[in-house]
Design a protein around this ligand. Structure first.
Ligand code: SF4
Length: 389
């Protein structure tokens, strides 16, 4: 059965506050019956609070409306994120005063408060889930939509998958790319040849392995799969394969399943705010130029549906090539707009696909616009030409 995704467009019919995104977020919270669902609940509002001088994370105006809805409904809200982001959150406008509720580090200030979940996957044996998430009884996944160098795109799934886990688990999730071998040193014993392979990459994505000098190490985040290195590498020595890239997304899906396993059915909602969509994750600590127009606000009980809906809408947009940093290479034929930015193997649909296979959510959805923009009717009695100045 298709999941409902409630949607608010950034488009206004008139110059009226009631038609803007914060007000449409209110309508989405109403459509999700949030107030009726949180009475007596301890509500974790999981956000990405960004870092350093980033200013594209979700503005306190939006957060405050979510907090108010929880308080109105008799819930006990708190905002939570990783310790580093929480420690500097006030620099970006997030305080108890601006949000209306406390802000706690997801695993305590030193990441010593977590619960271990065993689920072997490639290099990962155990998953360390932040205690503040595990202890909450209701979850609001309040995510900002942006590009991502590991998987093309970040939104509700990535906000939970990385942002609820402790540093060793987050590092291990990133390392899943390296689990399946991609460098075969016996096929390239010549150090000069290895140097030439590294120099063939314009993005410095290939470096010498620190522990094994005869190995090359690929920084998957920096690789856009252009294939230049493969033209230099001896046959069979180097592989740039989609499976290595997709491992990150499969690990994200497992992580989200673990996060959601700590909540009873019906005790989680997922909200994506797709504004100021820039190239990379908010953890980079800065905000780049928007690479596509704002898409709006999306809310659902289904995490797979809400990310898929954003991706489908993003698929209809054109990347503003001029907004990309000069160090990046635009690939107009790579597929989805986020693949055009990050490369064809960083397929943003993979994480929702894996999560659906794990039995969480559906990619089938019905988009319900909570306040569709309509062209205002005007009475045009006589034709009057516009004034020319
Ligand atoms: S595929 Fe392109 S970006 Fe990736 S390592 Fe090779 S040269 Fe660098």
């Amino acid at each position: 059965m298709a999941a409902k995704v409630f949607y608010g467009s950034p488009k206004q019919s008139r110059l009226d506050a009631s038609e803007t995104l914060p007000m449409k977020l209110d309508k989405i919270l109403d459509a999700l019956h949030l107030r009726d669902r949180v009475k007596g609940e301890t509500v974790a509002i999981k956000m990405h609070l960004g870092g350093n001088v980033g200013y594209s994370t979700i503005h306190p105006v939006f957060v405050r409306r979510v907090v108010k809805a929880v308080l109105d409904g008799g819930g006990k809200p708190f905002v939570t994120d990783l310790a580093g982001a929480v420690a500097t959150a006030a620099q970006r406008g997030y305080t108890q005063e601006t949000l209306g509720c406390p802000i706690y580090p997801v695993g305590g200030p030193d990441e010593k408060y977590y619960y271990v979940h065993k689920h072997p996957y490639k290099n990962i044996e155990e998953w360390r889930l932040g205690g503040m998430i595990a202890d909450a009884t209701f979850l609001i996944d309040l995510a900002h939509v942006k590009g991502h160098p590991s998987c093309g795109f970040g939104a509700a799934i990535k906000n939970l998958a990385l942002g609820c886990m402790m540093t060793p688990t987050r590092s291990a999730i990133h390392d899943t790319n390296h689990y399946d071998p991609y460098w075969f040193p016996e096929k390239c014993p010549d150090p000069e040849k290895r140097k030439a392979i590294m120099e063939a990459c314009p993005f410095e994505a290939l470096v010498e392995d620190k522990e094994r000098p005869d190995h090359l190490h690929l920084h998957y985040e920096m690789c856009n799969q252009c294939g230049r290195c493969l033209k230099v590498a001896p046959e069979g020595s180097l592989f740039i394969r989609p499976e290595n890239f997709w491992a990150f997304q499969e690990a994200c899906a497992i992580s989200v399943k673990i996060v959601l396993s700590t909540f009873e059915p019906g005790k989680a909602v997922f909200i994506n705010l797709a504004t100021q969509i820039h190239t990379v994750c908010d953890c980079f600590g800065f905000t780049g130029q928007p690479i596509m127009p704002d898409l709006g606000v999306f809310g659902s009980d289904d995490i797979v549906a809400v990310d898929t809906a954003v991706l489908d809408m993003a698929a209809k947009q054109r990347i503003d090539e001029n907004a990309l940093p000069l160090s990046m290479e635009f690939q107009p034929h790579a597929g989805h707009p986020f693949q055009q930015v990050h490369g064809p193997f960083k397929d943003p649909y993979k994480a929702p696909e894996y999560l659906e296979k794990l039995g969480i959510g559906t990619r089938q959805y019905e988009l319900v616009d909570v306040l569709p923009p309509v062209r205002p009717e005007r009475v045009a009695a006589v034709y009057v030409s516009a004034a020319v100045h």
